[in-house]
Structure formats: structure tokens, C-alpha cells
Design a protein around this ligand. Structure first.
Ligand SMILES: [Zn+2]
Length: 377
């Protein structure tokens, strides 16, 4: 039998968490089986945290109580935490019913954990890059198969940002965020109250891990809008363009030049509708004005209506509107976005090669206005 070569010892910055320090909760058999039935994604994340413990730092950022269970909101970080390195954050499960986004991130984390045992090129990439993931932002919502968190609050309508009714787009009457009742969808929470614990946990991770850095990118995975897969950039609260429009244009061109056969629709969210309380709007404003940080969040919105078109009966299941219910479609969704996630890591690590300089900035900004903001010109 051919012996496999020994696994290389990871560089120091990749080997900081001993497996016994992995903050995974002890659970009895009944709790394990409850989670296997209602929140298997959490068990898979904990398995990966154990498997990759020598190369990752894992934290429980907060916990949410549901039934008799404590559901942690985990973050995992790998790569070089040095503040001179750029960072990328991958998040999923902000809306509990959109499980596929969490599953795509877990598939990607699985691939990183396994490849770090043999892939020298990945180890070199992580020498220059810091990667953070919060794969299940809303574990209580996912446990219940709800969009909102257990308090009935939609975490992406909960931030203290109101729609600026400037020009062009309208806000959907309820879908843009409402304060009438927690029993209706898209509930923002009470006015003047601090953000929900899950949103606060995400803010804590962003401020702790992504500042100060030469560049910080985010990919937040969702599903539930349209027939196409879309990459949305802020703002959601106003139609007027963001100040980093040239940077987004440059990233779009980089992606499309590198992978011309890919078909994501890259655009500002405000192209479609405006919403109150968007988490990334809030964090963009905070990072830009309070921390002077170059911060480029993107939302990957998987076009789930295609799954419904191919299998109309899943329209009658709450999960079916957001999730590929047929196993081969689920597998395809898990495969289809891995290239984008790898690209995001590489683009973040090579940020200086594509971020606009003073010469190209104006022309990129103008090209972006022509492409996405004709209604404002
Ligand atoms: Zn969503």
C-alpha cells in the first residue's frame, strides 16, 4: 500500500486553537437528535470546527435560547489575522428559512478545511489573507424554519436606517420593513430599541475582525428573489449611489473578465426596491464614517424562483420558496457557487491589483453611473 505523505505542520498563525478549546457545547443525546432533525447545519458546523480546529479560531459570539436549547452563533476565522492583511467575511442564514446560503458556506468551509491538509497554494493564499465566516447568523430562525429570529424580528430590517425617499424607487409597503406587528413578516422591531442579539453579534464580528485593514469585503448569502442569481451591493435605503461605486464597478469587471461564462447579475440592490433597516447599509455607514475603512459588502441573492418554476408544488411549502427541495438541485446549488467564493478570497487577497487608482476612479464611477443609474442622470 502506498503511504500518504505526512501532513505539513501549519504555519504558526494557522495553528492557534487546540481542538480541546473549540467552544462546542456539550449536548445530551436528546438534544443531539433534536438538532439533527431541526438544525443539522449547526451540527455540521461544529463537526467542521473540530476537524479544522488546529487551523482555525472558533468563537461563540452569542447564544439564542429556543425550546430547551442554547443555540450558539459561531464565528470561525482562518488565515493571517495580521492587521496589514485584507479580510473577507462570509455570512449566511440571516433569514432562517434561506438554508441554502448556510449550506453553500459550510460546503466551502469543508473544502478549505480538507485542502489545508495538503494544498500548499491555499496555505500561501491564507498567508496573506484573513477569512472569517458566520455561517448561521440566525440559528433560532433556522431551527423554526422562520425568516425572522425567535422574537419575530427580520434581522435585515432591524438596523437603525430608514429609507431615504429621494428619487426613483418605492419601498414595498410591508416588505420594505414594518413596525405594525411581529406576527407579520418583515417586522423591524420596536423603534428606538437596540438591534437584536444576532445583529449585534454580527456587528461585533465586523468591527473586531475587519478593522483596521487595507481592504475588507463581505459576501452575505440569501435566497428568495427572482429567476437569476444576483450580486447586490448597497445601498438598500436609498437610490443615490454609494461612494465606493468605482470599487464595485472594478470588482464586477474583474469577475466578468476572469470568468466570462458566469451569469450573475451584478447590480445595486436599489435597482429593484428599497428597504428600511438593512444590516449592510448600517455597517457600511458605520465602517465608512466612524472607522474610515474601505468596506465592500455584497449580497449573493440566489434566484430561488427557478426552483419553484421547475417544481411548482414546492410553492405550498414555506421552505420551498427559498430552497431547492430536490436533492440534485440542492447539490447543484452547493456546487455552482464555489467558484465565486474562491474568487472572492483571491480578489480580496489581491485587492491592490484591481482597486481603482486616482487615474481610473473617475472613469469607473462614470461607467457605473451609465450602467446602473441612468434614471438619475
Ligand atoms: Zn434573505
Amino acid at each position: 500500500m502506498v503511504a500518504l505523505p505526512p501532513v505539513a505542520t501549519p504555519p504558526l498563525h494557522l495553528a492557534r486553537t487546540a481542538p480541546e478549546h473549540c467552544p462546542v457545547l456539550e449536548r445530551d443525546r436528546a438534544e443531539q437528535s433534536q438538532l439533527r432533525r431541526l438544525l443539522p447545519e449547526l451540527l455540521e458546523l461544529e463537526r467542521l470546527m473540530h476537524r479544522g480546529a488546529e487551523r482555525m479560531v472558533c468563537r461563540s459570539e452569542a447564544a439564542v435560547a429556543v425550546d430547551d436549547l442554547q443555540l450558539p452563533i459561531y464565528s470561525v476565522a482562518l488565515g493571517n489575522p495580521n492587521r496589514e492583511c485584507p479580510a473577507i467575511l462570509l455570512t449566511g442564514g440571516v433569514h432562517g428559512v434561506e438554508r441554502i446560503g448556510t449550506q453553500v458556506i459550510l460546503g466551502f468551509l469543508h473544502s478549505l478545511v480538507e485542502r489545508l491538509t495538503w494544498d500548499a497554494s491555499l496555505t500561501r493564499l491564507l498567508d496573506e489573507l484573513y477569512v472569517v465566516m458566520v455561517p448561521i447568523v440566525n440559528p433560532g430562525g433556522m431551527y423554526h424554519n422562520w425568516r425572522a429570529n425567535p422574537n419575530g424580528v427580520d434581522l435585515n430590517r432591524n438596523a437603525p436606517v430608514d429609507v431615504d425617499c429621494d428619487v426613483g424607487r418605492s419601498t414595498p409597503l410591508i416588505g420594505g420593513g414594518q413596525r405594525f406587528s411581529r406576527y407579520l413578516p418583515w417586522y423591524r422591531g420596536k423603534a428606538g430599541k437596540e438591534m437584536e442579539v444576532e445583529a449585534q453579534a454580527l456587528e461585533k464580528v465586523v468591527l473586531r475582525e475587519l478593522t483596521p485593514r487595507p481592504a475588507s469585503l463581505v459576501l452575505d448569502l440569501h435566497s428568495g428573489f427572482g429567476f437569476r442569481d444576483r450580486l447586490w451591493f448597497p445601498y438598500a435605503y436609498r437610490r443615490r449611489p454609494i461612494s465606493t461605486l468605482a470599487e464595485y464597478m472594478s470588482l464586477k469587471l474583474l469577475w466578468e473578465r476572469s470568468y466570462p461564462s458566469q451569469a450573475y447579475q451584478f447590480e445595486p440592490q436599489s435597482q429593484h426596491y428599497l428597504t428600511h433597516g438593512d444590516l449592510w447599509d448600517f455597517l457600511c455607514i458605520e465602517m465608512q464614517y466612524d472607522y474610515k475603512q474601505l468596506f465592500l459588502p455584497l449580497t449573493l441573492e440566489l434566484g430561488s424562483w427557478n426552483w419553484v418554476r421547475k417544481r411548482p408544488q414546492q410553492m405550498f411549502s414555506r421552505l420551498g420558496l427559498f430552497h431547492p427541495m430536490v436533492p440534485h438541485r440542492q447539490q447543484r446549488a452547493l456546487r455552482d457557487h464555489q467558484l465565486l467564493l474562491h474568487f472572492m478570497l483571491k480578489a480580496t487577497s489581491s485587492y491592490s491589483a484591481w482597486l481603482p487608482d486616482s487615474k481610473s476612479r473617475d472613469s469607473l464611477h462614470q461607467a457605473a453611473l451609465n450602467l446602473w443609474y441612468q434614471d438619475l442622470l
